[in-house]
Design a protein around this ligand. Structure first.
Ligand SMILES: NC(=O)c1ccc[n+]([C@@H]2O[C@H](COP(=O)([O-])OP(=O)(O)OC[C@H]3O[C@@H](n4cnc5c(N)ncnc54)[C@H](OP(=O)(O)O)[C@@H]3O)[C@@H](O)[C@H]2O)c1
Length: 340
């Protein structure tokens, strides 16, 4: 069996990383077709030492592929995902377009692969900050139970896409040269600064990213009443999101027990107190790193953790390809020729 795969948004950060992840891993592929808007159509992206020509998604016939990995943003997903499904392709979508749709599984393979069986053509990849957090919450939910989760994030600019990296670089250069930095992507200067807003403000004064973390976590853990609250902060880091996580467990646990539980979970790597994770070292890596595990001095059931992961890999591209691999193993992804 081998699959024909389209990557929508192949010229962007996540789409391009999907090509790298597909190169590295073992999902059998018969062809890969990069797609983007007419702006980039005709440009080239590299894949397995070849130069692939980017095609315009608007004109693309999705019956040419078995699987479509979407990383073109919410508008692209809303415009083209159902067309891809109608053409018989399975869609794995990185945008927020379908994440809270009750018919669409929202999946981190290590956490809730079982929900894939309910898919009706589209599977949603969670938000990058949510993915790394649920990777740590899941083993704790299973082993000790959770009452409450309080998270503060420190999110890199790559989480906003390639234009935000350019903004951080050009503002930094301008400031170092004594010039006035221009602002295009963010509501505030990001170079030598940070701000507690990711997305627009909504209900109860929470911003979009905070609501995503709350609602997506409850859906993925199948725990709609889990008490979760979040503050999301954009920081001048290029790649890798960090999270300060405080959890309240159902019963008190020691740090040693927490280390043992977390170390036994696939994809999580526990670091000791003196070698806590930092985004610079997590960038380019597949694992979710956890450090600074310590007791909450204000509550016997409280546990602090510092969680760092590469938002473009486990937070997006890697997770999407892992979903495809698990679907293949579960017999949920097939070559079209076999289906008809
Ligand atoms: N960055 C992260 O950490 C992260 C994590 C999880 C999820 N995501 C999600 O992944 C998606 C892509 O993010 P990114 O960071 O890769 O953004 P990006 O670097 O800005 O790239 C955007 C890509 O989407 C394409 N595109 C834009 N509008 C499109 C449209 N209407 N139809 C088809 N393609 C379109 C662009 O093509 P052109 O070259 O033609 O403009 C480009 O290839 C977003 O939905 C984002 O929320 C990102």
């Amino acid at each position: 069996m081998s699959f024909r795969v389209a990557v929508v948004g192949a010229t962007g950060l996540v789409g391009n990383e999907m090509l790298r992840v597909l190169e590295e891993r073992s999902l059998p592929l018969s062809c890969v077709i990069p797609l983007a808007t007419s702006r980039s159509s005709g440009s080239r992206v590299s894949f397995r030492k070849e130069e692939l020509i980017v095609e315009d998604v608007e004109a693309f016939d999705f019956s040419r592929v078995d699987l479509a990995l979407f990383a073109g943003g919410e508008i692209a997903s809303k415009d083209y995902a159902s067309r891809a499904v109608q053409a018989g392709a399975v869609v794995i979508d990185n945008s927020s377009a379908f994440r809270m749709d009750p018919e669409v599984p929202l999946v981190v393979p290590e956490v809730n692969a079982c929900s894939l069986v309910q898919h009706q053509g589209i599977v949603a990849n969670p938000n990058c900050s949510t993915i790394q957090m649920v990777m740590v919450l899941k083993p704790l939910v299973d082993k000790v139970g959770l009452r409450r989760v309080i998270v503060t994030t420190f999110q890199s600019v790559s989480g906003t896409g390639k234009d935000a990296i350019t903004e951080l670089e050009t503002q930094t250069r301008a400031l170092m040269d004594g010039q006035r930095p221009e602002r295009r992507v963010y509501p505030h200067r990001i170079a030598f600064n940070l701000f507690p807003q990711i997305g627009s403000f909504g209900l109860l004064g929470y911003c979009e990213e905070e609501w995503k973390m709350i609602k997506e976590t409850q859906k993925i853990l199948n725990h709609p009443d889990l008490a979760v609250t979040a503050t999301t902060v954009r920081v001048p880091v290029v790649r890798g999101h960090s999270e300060s996580l405080l959890v309240e467990t159902e019963r008190p646990i020691t740090c040693e027990e927490a280390v043992e539980i977390l170390s036994g979970f696939d994809g999580v790597r526990v670091m000791d107190q003196n070698t806590y994770p930092v985004p610079e070292e997590a960038a380019g890596r597949d694992e979710v790193f956890v450090g600074r595990i310590r007791q909450d001095t204000s509550s016997p059931n409280g546990l602090h953790m510092w969680v760092v992961a590469d938002n473009i890999r486990k937070g997006a591209a890697l997770n999407a390809v892992q979903i495809a691999e698990v679907m293949c193993d579960m017999g949920l992804l097939q070559e079209k020729a076999e289906k008809s």
